[in-house]
Design a protein around this ligand. Structure first.
Ligand code: NAI
Ligand code: 13P
Length: 336
């Protein structure tokens, strides 16, 4: 029987681990917070991250990473981007001490500040190559709040190694949750990270009182920017037309369950970024990703007008309405 360790007990790690527990997979979730481990094991809840949700009693949590990882065939890392290196280093030490090799998977959607590295690239830097047989990512349109309620969800598991993607696909699949596989790890990771930028913008439009025409325009032109960055970094363009691209862009750009959408909406309504981040209490990955992608575009001579406008709003204090006007009044051009 496949054993899986999930590292990170925020909303997404918990929802994915719970799906596997429901499927009778041997799964353990690790949290660095002992109170959370106790809550999951005793109450079968995770109130801070999934308020009101009842978790499967089969889901076991551990505060000690070695306990969770020992004997696992696959380790799924689901912590915010800024914690990936720390958790990756802890995992490397655990795998080395256990002399164990695993399939290394993650479900994190972001790029590293400064280096602009993808999550799998960071993991590769900190986990020795002999400690994992393959790398894979769970991406696609999937809010934890909806998954935990059993809403119908399809995701995309990207890996160059088909068998590795298949292990995660089999562990997660049920009548409510349908994972597809693809062989574009890079594009699947990027789609998940880049759509958060556009979701912030979509929220801002709604916060300012604009309508669905405006959202459709932003999401569609945002997809062009996502594809452009993806092509520059080496992704397959067709990945952006799948679940990890347009699929995730739709859900994150339209759903009030999205932290990025909600943050953008609050900013559009006039709140300050620091206040929005403090009140969310959960990671808003798009804020850092805007900066990483803006810097990448400057270094690589990419023209990304939406990303640039959002960078100016978030990091230079620019007025949102003025940025919208300047986007709308740029020199007219053909659609490409
Ligand atoms: N929430 C969702 O519906 C989805 C989230 N994601 C992605 O999954 C990733 C995680 O997001 P969420 O679960 O929403 O975040 P969250 O904010 O709900 O939870 C983050 C978890 O990571 C833990 N953590 C933070 N720093 C840590 C460290 N240094 N060591 C160990 N644990 C640490 C926190 O204690 C918390 O349990 C993000 O990249 C997000 O974009 C992807 C798809 C869906
Ligand atoms: O990636 C997600 C849904 O697919 C989650 O997006 P948020 O982090 O904006 O909630």
């Amino acid at each position: 029987m496949t054993k899986i360790a999930v590292l990170g007990a925020g909303s997404w790690g918990t929802a994915l681990a719970n799906t596997m527990a429901i499927n009778d997979v041997d799964v353990q979730i690790w949290s660095h917070r002992a109170d959370q481990v106790e809550e999951i094991n005793q109450q079968h809840t995770n109130e801070k991250y999934l308020p009101g949700a009842q978790l499967s009693p089969k889901l076991q949590a551990a505060a000690d990473m070695t306990t969770a990882v020992k004997g696992a065939d696959l380790v799924l890392v689901v912590v915010p981007t800024k914690a990936i290196r720390t958790v990756g280093e802890q995992l490397a030490a655990v795998l080395t001490s256990l002399n164990q090799q695993v399939i290394l998977a993650h479900a994190t959607k972001g790029l590293e500040q400064g280096t602009h590295l993808r999550i799998s690239e960071m993991l590769r830097e900190v986990v020795p190559a002999e400690r994992y047989s393959a790398l894979t990512v769970v991406s696609g349109p999937s809010h934890a709040e909806d998954v935990i309620k059993g809403d119908l969800t399809a995701v995309s598991i990207g890996a160059t190694d088909k068998a590795a993607a298949g292990v995660l696909q089999a562990a997660l699949a049920n009548q409510h949750f349908r994972p597809y596989t693809n062989q574009d790890l890079l594009g699947s990771e990027l789609g998940g990270a880049l759509k958060n930028i556009i979701a912030l913008g979509s929220g801002m439009l709604i916060g300012l009182g604009y309508g669905v025409n405006a959202q459709a325009a932003l999401l569609t032109r945002g997809l062009v920017e996502m594809r452009e960055v993806g092509q520059k970094m080496g992704a397959q363009p067709e990945t952006f037309l799948g679940l990890a691209g347009i699929g995730d862009l739709i859900v994150t750009g339209m759903s009030p369950n999205s932290r990025n959408f909600r943050a953008g909406r609050a900013l559009g309504q006039g709140q300050q970024l620091e206040q929005v981040q403090a009140e969310m209490g959960m990671v808003i990955e798009g804020v850092n990703t805007v900066k990483a992608v803006y810097e990448y575009s400057q270094a690589n001579h990419l023209d990304l007008p939406i990303t640039t406008a959002l960078y100016r709003v978030l990091y230079e204090g620019a007025d949102i309405e003025k940025q919208i006007t300047s986007l709308m009044t740029r020199p007219l051009k053909a659609e490409d």
